[in-house]
Unconditional design. Structure first.
Lengths: 148, 352
């Protein structure tokens, strides 16, 4: 995710899906995989539309290869702002996903320039619940981690 | 956090095997037979001591098993020098196995080999009575390697009292499950110790020291589950709490020539038992070794706290395996994770 932060004016929005699994013992959720922008996605400075079928293939492959332990957790995308807030478009999108999703909860990330924000969405809730804001601190930005 | 089933599995793996126990018993009985048939030794009654007796045995990493057997000779300590009986035992057993016998300070050791490797040793500890006609009189342990050494002496000892002292922690059927947790925690620490400390010299803290501290300081960690009407035990929590207690026993003593902050640990054999007074169980460790011990306890606590902070059960087990070694189980992600519904939102549209 780090490599998609919109630092300059020419950087376009990016996004993908979050995939995770839950411990049997305590139901802790571990988001372990994400998909990243693909050629048929629509990306402008202020829009990201996940259109490429590759995201779906990415998830299905993971699901089938592991005996079905991976769940679609939600969406992530970038915003060209320091502290990310969800837009009306985001809210509509999340509500639609919540409505269609067979399970109750999703989590969505917005990647800002200084912070990542995480929201929970569920069928009953009208508004997303802010779970947390995490700073992109220097260590995090410098780390050459391949996971995010 | 629910790591309990992995700890239980770990305990089952490291716990001294029953077959090994019976093989050790066989070896012991052969040796004792030889000693009983000798006309040079007074009669004796044997007493298993050590971890074997206390049910705290752990599979040794180097696969060399040992059993401690106390021989309480029906003899007065004043009628024998400390080396006399040890030397006779040595002579009787030295040709019994290819590896022979060795006189050590606290015992005579007979080593067996298995498939060409040294795999078993039996430590025979020699005791005499203050008054052989009164088996409740003071026992003395024959300490020393040679009669020339100043250290060689009859040392006040209480092997039966010591085993009883440990067994009284969570004694009886009502406390069986608590007792099992107490024993498991000691086994985990023994395996950690076996992995972290060199067994040469006196680098390694003696297990009996940790056991006795646990008798005083260990507290069970469990919660009552209303639904199943059973206690559910939390070994991780019990272990971490005990280590934090253990840590408080280290006292800062000053700085070494090389600038190292030195700590010592003192823990005496229980004064209610009939040992020499004020004997620190860790006395053989130098200040540097005691400080190593403290630092290893500190990093164990830190490592366990990092396990506690981790949300992924698989990763928690990976970290625990780094601490305790390969016997700690790491589940496959597929067995530790819930089955999920195969679903993905077909598309997603976002924007500022």
């Amino acid at each position: 995710m780090r490599q998609y932060i919109q630092f300059t004016h020419s950087d376009t929005e990016a996004g993908g899906i979050l995939v995770g699994r839950e411990n049997i013992s305590d139901s802790n959720l571990i988001i372990e995989h994400i998909s990243t922008p693909l050629p048929n996605d629509i990306r402008t400075r202020c829009r990201y539309i996940r259109k490429d079928e590759g995201h779906i293939d990415f998830y299905n492959q993971l699901y089938r290869d592991t005996n079905g332990i991976y769940a679609y957790v939600g969406e992530w995308h970038t915003h060209p702002e320091d502290v990310p807030r969800y837009s009306i478009i985001d809210l509509k999108n999340w509500k639609r996903i919540a409505k269609e999703h067979p399970m109750d909860k999703q989590y969505h990330f917005i990647i800002g320039r200084q912070q990542i924000a995480i929201w929970e969405m569920n069928k009953k809730q009208i508004k997303p619940i802010l779970i947390g804001m995490v700073d992109w601190n220097e260590k995090f930005l410098q780390e050459n981690s391949s996971e995010c | 956090m629910s790591l309990q089933k992995y700890f239980i599995e770990f305990n089952d793996t490291i716990k001294m095997d029953f077959d090994v126990k019976s093989e050790l018993k066989e070896k012991r009985d052969i040796l004792l037979g030889i000693l009983r048939n000798s006309d040079d030794l007074p009669s004796f009654s044997e007493y298993n001591q050590g971890s074997y007796k206390m049910n705290l045995g752990v599979e040794p990493l180097d696969k060399e098993y040992d059993i401690d057997v106390g021989l309480r000779f029906n003899a007065n300590s004043k009628d024998y020098t400390p080396m006399e009986l040890k030397n006779i035992i040595y002579e009787l057993l030295k040709n019994h196995t290819d590896y022979g016998a060795t006189i050590k300070k606290p015992c005579v050791t007979v080593t067996y080999k298995k498939d060409g490797e040294a795999a078993y040793h039996v430590d025979l500890v020699v005791y005499t009575y203050e008054d052989k006609d009164d088996t409740s009189s003071q026992l003395f342990l024959a300490r020393g390697k040679s009669s020339e050494s100043d250290e060689t002496c009859w040392e006040k000892s209480d092997p039966v009292g010591l085993v009883d002292y440990v067994s009284e922690k969570y004694y009886g059927d009502d406390h069986k499950d608590d007792r099992e947790q107490f024993r498991r925690i000691i086994r985990y620490l023994k395996r950690w110790k076996n992995k972290r400390f060199s067994n040469t010299g006196n680098a390694e803290p003696p297990s009996i020291g940790i056991t006795l501290i646990a008798v005083e300081m260990f507290e069970v960690s469990k919660t009552y589950d209303v639904l199943t009407k059973k206690d559910s035990y939390n070994d991780f929590d019990a272990l971490l709490k005990f280590l934090k207690e253990l840590k408080t026993l280290f006292v800062y003593v000053g700085t070494s020539d090389t600038g190292r902050k030195l700590y010592k640990i003192e823990y005496n054999l229980p004064s209610t038992l009939k040992f020499e007074n004020n004997v620190n169980i860790f006395r053989k460790m130098t200040n540097n070794y005691m400080t190593d011990f403290k630092e290893k306890v500190d990093s164990l606590i830190a490592d366990l706290e990092s396990v506690e902070a981790e949300v992924d059960e698989v990763e928690q087990c990976v970290q625990l395996r780094k601490i305790f070694g390969d016997s700690f189980p790491v589940p496959e992600k597929e067995t530790a994770s819930k089955k999920q519904v195969e679903y993905i939102s077909r598309t997603s549209a976002s924007g500022v």
